[in-house]
Design a protein. Structure first.
Length: 743
């Protein structure tokens, strides 16, 4: 049975990639429009590839150096260092490739969506969403195939060759090597997300401030020198960066569940490989049901709700995944009560594990619903910002900050309830498997997320090509929904990051040989405070980088308006490539410092102060990072849709306000503040949280307080022969453990 499921996982990944290729071919075959449209799309595609080449050049050196360091360092089992280094490189390459897949299809789908919008909203949705689904299915397919294949390799290399002891050192080493894969994926994701975010927002802010506010020309006007860089930014930040981000998140979530699955024992046997393999199987099935869900995303008329169509596909994929998870859990896991062998003796059953999966999916859905409420047009939060725009720029900023701060309340309560509920259902394994359940439909979530930037690009091409008004109106409908789904996707990602970080934290505690994080200790409390500070300095560096790059962009756009005669009369073409070059150079230069903080802070603290202080650091980063991520994502999304509301016309105190009014200009200012919030620092928080936890997991054996094979102070003593629980006043649990002894 176990062998069948082991080999099923990579097969599902391959099936997903085949379907991705079919969908990609369909998008490519669609009409790309007239020569002007194709010329503009070509500028965007070349600019996006120029950025990726520049970014990959820098990341190549990082991957080589980091791989050498990993290969040199010692690990749990002798001679496995080089394997971790290889796994790290594979994870980094696949993460970068995941970003490329998304960007490649997005730069093809954008102009084809524009052409489709000439016909109908339904056709435009089909092209843009199919482009998004190529990215979603491709990212999830690569993750399932990569993790599944490497697990087969390492399982046979370490576990089978040493007699099949899945709870011994061999399986620990196999999972440690997979942690190297996750580290590579998350490292690239961080640089891709931060670098891409700096690129896109520098161009966007520069284009808005000079083009809209100063020159009074429409967004994406062909006369604006920064408009091509702005559209390139949608691809490198919101598509390529997001693809690498979700790939890393997907892999980290699966890894955390697998690591804790190794700790499970059962009444009938020692748990076997099933608890380790279960997260991979759920991920593979989620991929298949996400593909099915994409088939239901369609509308039949111009007045149909695009958001409802997306929700329908999403809920179908979730419901099918829940149903399939029940049967898989009942079939795979052993009979009888299950129990964690480390970190506590919470007894749970197979139904508890299924309950945790359901809780994870419910938390993900609620996070998306709450985020949609705080960022969607027509809802109270966005309307409050619109109203405050009527009294100026300052009150708009105040309103947006207030909405962002308020928006942290419900998500945190939902997240806290989800953590506690999944723990009661199945202990720390339940928390991890809840995150795995939440991320199971990543392919669908990412498809919904990725179609927005494609629609945004399509609108830009329509504007620059001078197409009829109804074309831009159709792409704007898709773009407005895309803003909301993008914000919801970021809320979903930060929730999964919190659950995954807790699971990784539990795995770290076991490997580091500590029992608890005692904040009564001065050094641990200090670590907690330092950890809480890191998301703030990380955000500061990212936002300041956008500000500096935007200043360069503003000056360049002003120079071109001033020095190139005939731009405003359409008699001369702007120098688009100058603005593309500014964004590219700034993003590559500025992404290094935030990335270094994420990678080096756990290493420095861990080796300088020990595992317990590092635990305090991780706790501070997680709590502060989750709050910062929710606040920034929602504030930015609300500001953006408040601005877009003026473009359709809104009523404020009985008076209609439209694009070009003073209230609209105030909303543009708010949007420029919110842009780096929602597209640079905000979405990077979930990567920061997971990346620091993975780095801690990798170095845990090197800073462990006890020799491998024992966990002192926690009440457990483990070797390959026996597990004994030493716990006061717990005779019933002692009797249970007596039955779990391996003879």
């Amino acid at each position: 049975m176990e062998q069948m499921f082991i080999y099923l996982v990579p097969v599902l990944g391959i099936v997903g990639l085949i379907i991705m290729a079919i969908k990609s071919a369909w998008v490519t075959k669609q009409d790309a429009g007239d020569a002007t449209m194709q010329e503009l799309a070509g500028h965007i595609a070349r600019g996006a590839m120029a950025f990726l080449r520049a970014e990959w050049k820098v990341l190549f050196y990082f991957v080589v150096i980091a791989g050498i360091v990993l290969g040199w360092s010692g690990t749990l089992v002798e001679n496995s260092s080089w394997i971790i280094a290889v796994s790290f490189v594979i994870g980094a390459v696949l993460s970068a490739f995941a970003g490329y897949l998304g960007m490649n299809i997005a730069t093809k789908a954008n102009v084809r969506t524009t052409e489709a919008a000439r016909t109908s909203l339904a056709k435009a949705l089909k092209v843009s969403f199919t482009g998004g689904s190529v990215m979603g299915i491709g990212v999830a397919g690569l993750a399932v195939l990569g993790m599944g294949s490497l697990f087969i390799l390492f399982y046979n290399m370490f576990v089978v060759s040493t007699g099949g002891d899945v709870n011994g050192d061999a399986m620990a080493t196999a999972l440690e090597v997979l942690a190297g894969f996750s580290l590579g994926a998350e490292s690239i994701a961080l640089f891709a997300r931060v670098g891409g975010g700096i690129y896109t927002k520098a161009a966007d802010v520069g284009a808005d401030l000079v083009g809209k506010v100063e020159a009074g020309i429409p967004e994406d006007d062909v006369r604006n020198p920064a408009t091509i860089a702005d559209n390139v930014g949608d691809n490198v930040g919101d598509v390529a960066g997001m693809g690498a981000d979700l790939f890393g998140s997907y892999v980290a979530t699966i890894l955390a569940s697998m690591v804790l699955g190794r700790e499970i024992v059962s009444v009938d046997n020692f748990g076997g490989i099933a608890p380790v393999l279960l997260p991979l199987v759920i991920a593979g099935l989620g991929l298949m049901f996400s593909i099915i869900g994409t088939l239901f995303v369609k509308i039949s008329s111009e007045n149909a709700s695009v958001q409802s169509a997306l929700n329908k596909g999403n809920w179908i994929s979730i419901i099918l995944t829940v149903a399939a998870s029940y049967f898989v859990i009942m079939y795979m896991l052993p009979e009888g009560d299950l129990m964690l062998s480390r970190g506590g003796s919470i007894a749970f059953t197979k139904m508890g594990v299924f309950g945790a999966v359901v809780i994870g999916l419910i938390v993900g859905a609620l996070m998306s619903i709450i985020t949609e409420y705080y960022t969607a047009m027509g809802k109270r939060p966005v309307n409050s910002i619109i109203k405050q725009s009527s009294t100026g720029h300052a009150t708009n900023i105040i309103g947006g900050l207030s909405v962002g701060m308020e928006s942290t309340v419900l998500p945190i309560l939902v997240l806290a309830g989800g953590i506690y509920g999944s723990f009661l259902a199945a202990g720390l394994y339940g928390v991890a498997i809840a995150a795995a359940g939440m991320m199971a439909t990543t392919a669908m979530q990412l498809a919904i997320d990725a179609f927005g930037p494609i629609a945004d690009n399509a609108g830009g091409i329509a504007e620059m090509s001078g197409l009829p008004k109804e074309v831009r109106e159709r792409t704007d409908i898709l773009d407005a929904v895309g803003n909301t789904t993008a914000a919801a996707g970021k809320g979903f990602a930060i929730a999964s990051a919190a659950l995954t970080a807790l699971a990784l934290f539990a795995a770290y505690v076991g490997l580091a040989g500590i029992n608890s994080i005692d904040i009564y200790k001065a050094d641990v409390l200090s670590g907690l405070f330092v950890g809480a500070m890191i998301p703030f300095i990380f955000s500061s560096l990212a936002i300041a980088a956008v500000g500096r790059a935007a200043m360069d962009m503003v000056n360049e756009v002003r120079r071109q308006f001033r020095e190139i005669p005939g731009i405003m009369e359409y008699k001369a073409k702007p120098e688009y490539e100058k603005c593309v070059e500014i964004s590219t150079q700034a993003s590559i230069r500025e992404m290094v410092a935030p990335g270094a903080i994420a990678l080096l802070s756990p290493i420095i603290v861990g080796f300088a102060f020990g595992p317990e202080v590092l635990g305090g650091l991780l706790a501070g980063i997680t709590v502060s990072g989750v709050l910062m991520g929710i606040f920034q994502n929602n504030a930015g999304g609300a500001w953006d849709n408040a601005k877009k509301s003026f473009e359709k016309g809104v009523e404020i105190d009985g008076k209609m306000e439209f694009k070009g009014s003073e209230a609209h200009k105030a909303s543009v200012t708010g949007d420029t503040v919110g842009d780096p919030f929602k597209d640079t620092s905000g979405p990077s928080m979930n990567i920061l949280i997971k990346l620091t936890s993975i780095v801690a997991l990798i170095i845990a054996p090197h800073i462990s307080e006890v020799p491998h094979g024992t966990v002192s102070d926690s009440g457990f003593v483990e070797d390959s022969k026996e597990i004994t629980l030493i716990e006061e006043n717990s005779e019933a649990k002692l009797e249970t453990i007596e039955r779990l002894k391996i003879q």
